[in-house]
Design a protein around this ligand. Sequence first.
Ligand code: MN
Length: 293
Amino acid sequence: MIENAMLLANLWLNVWFQVAVICCAAIAALIMYKRKVNSLTDTIRDLDRRLVERAVLLQYAKENEKKAKDEALIKQSEYTTLLTQLSHDMRTPMNSVLGLTTLMKSTPLTNEQQDYLQSIKKSSEDLIDALDETLRTAGITHAEEKQQAPKKQQVTYTGKLSPEFAEHFPLKILIAEDDDMNSQLALMLLKRLGYEADYAGNGKEVLEIVSEKKYDLILMDVQMPEMDGLEATRMIRLCLNEQPVIIAMTANAMDGDRDACLKAGMDDYLSKPVNVEELMQALETWSRRSLTS
Ligand code: MN
């Protein structure tokens, strides 16, 4: 034992041995350092790779989100279009139902028949209310008729369907309406008020008729084949020397439709189903205006 210790002590005193030991230690340290660097490099590469993976996943998620949003917008737009079309298609026949109900109520009827008619009227109005509520829930609002411009004057003949009406408020009236039931109803209503109105089935016919005969007032539907009511109005405003009053009478009853009619050059707006009293108010107002102007 003592001999071995002595040998080691002698070796340690030997300079070359010391150099060799230091070199070995340096090489060992270098190897460890290298390993550490390699390990860190691997870690950094791994982090880089994961970072790229995350970035790709994030991009993918963003693209999916955008795609989902676009699809939702398209679906919302399709839904709005469908509801607006449904609203138009329901208002057109309901205009006839409610108008004919009003006409019938003014004929001689038994109390029982009056009750039946009242029920028909109430059910029809409930149906339109339900439609409006569905549209409101979907974020589509009804055209704001209360903002009708110009402001209506005080009216005198509310609700009375009598031929005297036309004597007080004389007007030459043209009805532009492509729906047969609605045009018949308008003709019958105006006849009950004492007017002999003319009729056109689309915008082109309107232009032909007004080029040959002068009218004080046109009740203009908007959706018509060949030429719609907006285009016909623009043409009339451009081409006629003596301008008629043009009142929209349309099943396009949503927010923006009224403005579209006024922008095309119409003077007033009534949405279907048309309230007979509102129609009479409009006729009285515009007749007074044309008499005073
Ligand atoms: Mn129409």
